[in-house]
Design a protein around this ligand. Structure first.
Ligand code: NAD
Length: 431
């Protein structure tokens, strides 16, 4: 009965016509579906759907040839009622204020679902990093940091890596912020190198969390990990760690994609060779003994587990009926549109949602922040054991609410997360 209600809502022509390419439309539709089911009062819905703060900065960067180029960046804090804002920084040509707002909102729900004391934030700069030298990337990062320095900090808003940013970029942010403060402030970012206060296990944490969510999903849906055929779109930080851990667990990685294209081998791709190709030429297509496909064709090849680990809006009304898989695990943020979600529900293909599946990164970011504030560092075993506990506990909580409410994983995760943020917002009340 309740499932039917959700399906009807999703088929609402207003939503179906919504521009599928805009992640903010998706994020708000997911939020509305959850608040409706929670019977959240309209005032709380209004308070939670807007970001608390959004900053747009336009800033100059000196290029290697002596010229000056202008760049645009954003930092959005969605909600801070449960703690300081937390979220990654993305460098990409497709970054927009709408995308950053959506990603910040998803961070709010993710932190609440994992029950860690953070609100949600996100940042981004519109840039094609492939066109920049390392020195230009460093100058851009330092300047962007100074532009957003007034709103970030260990007690207010803590950035982390996302698409095209990494531990080195976090080190530059930490250094630029520390120079402004006149003292070293490691807790201003997470995902830093271990040598300057990063946590062991952070680089692998998101992929490890995706692996745990996949393993749990396979257990519930009776898919043996050993021999399971896996397709992963995106072979960066998250996709490559996920691929390695699944291969170690006996899965057969039959397809991989990056921004340049896709590779496929029904007998399995050697993940170490794929890692080697990325290290040497930066492209998956240089892996030997594979068939080359377009990225969109790869998604439609037969698999037992499909893991989008690249960008938003990849599983849509256009391809959802052609996807041949038993389980979808969202390692990327926002890879499935509302329309595709409804099609997967109708076809009985479970989708483990981003705010659960890729939460391992922010969980270990939380551990890193705690270690920095206490100046007391943990072993890899401690980090991984606590990550395992928090991922499995959250998975079990979501599964329990799904059974109770007869809903899919995304709705279950949202019901828990939105209720927690709404309660924190209600109890703090309006001044
Ligand atoms: P990354 O920059 O390390 O890797 C991105 C990968 O996606 C690369 O292999 C790139 O070639 C590929 N890619 C980009 N556009 C593509 C396209 N159109 N088609 C196919 N492949 C494409 O980024 P990452 O840190 O691995 O992040 C990947 C996803 O995971 C993003 O959605 C990010 O928001 C999400 N995520 C990352 C973290 C983290 O800790 N890094 C945490 C949570 C969620």
């Amino acid at each position: 009965m309740m499932l039917k209600e959700i399906e009807n809502r999703v088929k609402d022509p207003v939503r179906v016509k919504a521009p599928q390419s805009n992640p903010l439309v998706q994020a708000l539709a997911q939020f509305d579906a959850a608040t409706e089911r929670l019977h959240l009062n309209p005032e709380l819905n209004a308070m939670l759907r807007f970001p608390k703060r959004e900053l747009t900065v336009h800033f100059p960067v000196r290029m290697d040839d002596g010229s000056v180029k202008m760049f645009t960046g954003y930092r959005v804090q969605h909600n801070v009622n449960r703690g300081p804002a937390k979220g990654g920084i993305r460098y990409d040509v497709n970054v927009s204020l709408d995308e950053v707002q959506a990603l910040a909102m998803w961070m709010t729900w993710k932190c609440a679902l994992m029950n860690i004391p953070f609100g949600g934030a996100k940042g981004g700069v519109i840039v094609d990093t492939r066109q920049l030298s390392s020195a230009e990337l460093e100058r851009l990062t330092r300047r962007y940091t100074m532009e957003i320095a007034s709103i970030i900090g260990p007690e207010s808003d803590i950035p982390a890596p996302d698409i095209n940013t990494n531990a080195q970029v976090m080190a530059w942010i930490m250094d630029a912020y520390s120079i402004q403060c006149g003292r070293t402030v490691p807790a201003v970012v997470t995902g830093k190198p271990v040598s300057i206060g990063g946590s062991v296990g952070r680089t692998e944490a998101t992929g490890r969390g995706v692996f745990i969510a996949t393993r749990e999903g396979c257990r519930v849906h009776g898919i043996p990990l050993k021999g399971a055929r896996v397709i992963i779109q995106g072979f960066g930080n998250v996709g490559s760690v996920t691929a390695s851990l699944l291969a170690q667990a006996g899965c057969k990685i039959v397809g991989l994609a990056d921004v340049y294209g896709a590779i496929y081998n029904e007998n399995g791709i050697d993940v170490n060779k794929a890692l080697h190709a990325i290290k040497t030429s930066g492209r998956l297509e240089d892996v030997p003994n594979v068939e080359k496909l377009s990225g969109s064709d790869l998604l439609e090849q037969p698999s037992d587990i499909l893991i989008p680990a690249a960008i938003a809006g990849q599983l849509t009304a256009a391809n959802a009926r052609y996807i041949q898989t038993k389980l979808i695990v969202e390692a990327a943020n926002g890879p499935t549109t509302q329309e595709a979600d409804a099609i997967f529900r109708e076809r009985g293909i479970p989708v483990i949602p981003d705010i659960l599946a890729n939460a391992g990164g922010v969980v270990v970011s939380y551990f890193e922040w705690v270690q920095d504030l206490q100046h007391f560092f943990w072993s890899l075993e401690e980090v991984n054991t606590r990550l395992e506990q928090m991922m499995t506990q959250s998975f079990t909580a979501v599964q329990a609410i799904c059974e109770e409410q007869q809903c899919d994983y995304r709705m279950g995760a949202y019901l828990i997360a939105v209720a927690r943020v709404a309660e924190a917002t209600r109890i703090r009340s309006l001044p």
